[in-house]
Design a binder for this molecule. Structure first.
Ligand code: PSU
Ligand code: MN
Length: 307
C-alpha cells in the first residue's frame, strides 16, 4: 500500500511509506531508474541486480527508491514484491518523459528511463539518482537525441552513471551537454567513461575524487539557481571492464544484424545489449552488472554528503 503521505507531494506521486518518512526526516535517498530493469537486462538477472543495487545503497547508509509505473500509478520506492513483479512481468513498457502521462492514463506498468526518473525524483524532493548509462546523441544523421539530455537541461537532479554507451556519438553527446549547461563530473577520472569501457579519450568538464567534493559542486551549482541536472561519471570497475576494441568489434556485428532484421527505435538498445553479451561471451553483461552496483554505492555516498 503506498500513498502520498506528505502535504508537499503532488497527488499523482505514490511514495512508499518508508521513503515518505525518510523524506520528512531528511535522510539520504538514492532514486533508481527502472528501464534498465525492464528493458536493459535479461530476466531473471534483472531482478537480482535491482535487489542488489538496493542492498548496496542500504549498506552504504542511504535509502533506495526505485521509480516505476505500476498499473498506471507513478511510484517512488517499491516493495520487494513490487520490484519482483516489475522485473519479471513481460507486458511492460519503456516510459520516458513523454510517456509518463500516457502510461498513467492507460494504467500501464513500465520502467522509467533516466529522463522520467529525474522528473519523478525532483517531484519527490530527491536530488541524487543512479543508473548505468544515459541516453545521448545517436550516430549518423538520424536526429535521434535522447530525452535524457533535454531533461538534464532543466531538472536539478544529479545522475550517477558510467557515461554513455559507445553506440552513441560520444563527442556530440558531450557537446550537447556543454551547450545545455550541464556539469559533467568525472569520478576519480579526467575522461568521460564509455560504459563497458573505462575511458573514451574525451574530457569531462571537471573531476572530483571524494563525495564531499561532488556535494560542494552540486550545492554551489544549485545555490546559484542554475537549475540544470549534473552528471557524475564513474568508470566501470577495472577488473571487469571490457576494452573499447572488443566492444566496437562486437557492436559492428550486432548493428549489422539489427539492420538486416529491421530492428529500430526503442527495440534497438535491448537488441544490441543482448547481442553484445552473446558476442563477448557474457563479458559486457558482467561489466554492466558490476558498474550498476558500483554506481549505486557511490550515489549513496554522494546522497549522504549532500545532507
Ligand atoms: N543505456 C543502457 N541501458 C539502458 C538504457 C541506456 O546501457 O537500459 C536506458 C536508460 O533507461 C536510458 C534510456 O535513460 O535507455 C534512454 O533511452 P532513449 O535513448 O530511448 O531516450
Ligand atoms: Mn532515442
Amino acid at each position: 500500500m503506498s500513498k502520498p503521505m506528505s502535504p508537499g507531494l503532488p497527488s499523482w506521486l505514490h511514495v512508499h511509506p518508508d521513503i515518505a518518512s525518510a523524506l520528512v526526516a531528511g535522510e539520504p535517498i538514492v532514486a533508481l531508474e527502472s528501464a534498465v530493469i525492464t528493458h536493459g537486462l535479461p530476466r531473471p538477472v534483472n531482478f537480482e541486480l535491482a535487489r542488489s543495487m538496493e542492498v548496496e545503497i542500504v549498506s552504504a547508509g542511504a535509502r533506495p527508491a526505485t521509480v516505476a509505473l505500476l498499473d498506471g500509478q507513478v511510484r517512488f520506492g517499491l516493495s520487494r514484491e513490487e520490484l519482483e513483479r516489475l522485473a519479471l512481468e513481460t507486458d511492460v513498457c519503456k516510459v520516458s518523459r513523454r510517456d509518463l502521462g500516457v502510461a498513467s492514463a492507460k494504467s500501464q506498468t513500465g520502467g522509467t528511463t533516466v529522463a522520467a526518473t529525474m522528473y519523478v525524483s525532483h517531484a519527490a524532493g530527491a536530488q541524487v539518482m543512479a543508473t548505468g548509462g544515459i541516453g545521448g546523441v545517436h550516430r549518423g544523421g538520424t536526429g535521434d537525441v535522447s530525452a535524457d539530455l533535454i531533461e538534464l537541461t532543466h531538472t536539478p537532479v544529479a545522475v550517477v552513471c558510467s557515461g554513455a554507451k559507445s553506440i552513441l556519438d560520444l563527442p556530440r553527446t558531450l557537446e550537447w551537454l556543454e551547450t545545455a549547461g550541464v556539469p559533467v563530473i568525472g569520478w576519480k577520472t579526467d575522461e568521460f567513461p564509455a560504459f563497458f569501457s573505462r575511458g573514451s579519450g574525451l574530457p569531462v568538464s571537471t573531476r572530483a575524487d571524494m563525495a564531499a567534493e561532488v556535494a560542494a559542486i552540486l550545492r554551489s551549482h544549485w545555490g546559484m539557481g542554475l537549475g540544470s541536472g549534473a552528471l557524475i561519471c564513474i568508470p566501470c570497475p577495472e577488473n571487469i571492464s571490457v576494452s573499447i576494441e572488443i566492444v566496437e568489434n562486437a557492436m559492428t556485428q550486432a548493428e549489422s544484424e539489427a539492420q538486416a532484421s529491421g530492428i529500430t527505435g526503442k527495440n534497438l538498445t535491448p537488441f544490441l545489449l543482448s547481442r553484445l553479451a552473446d558476442l563477448t561471451g557474457g563479458a559486457t553483461l558482467q561489466a554492466n552488472l558490476a558498474l550498476l552496483r558500483n554506481n549505486a554505492r557511490v550515489a549513496a555516498a554522494i546522497a549522504q554528503a549532500m545532507i
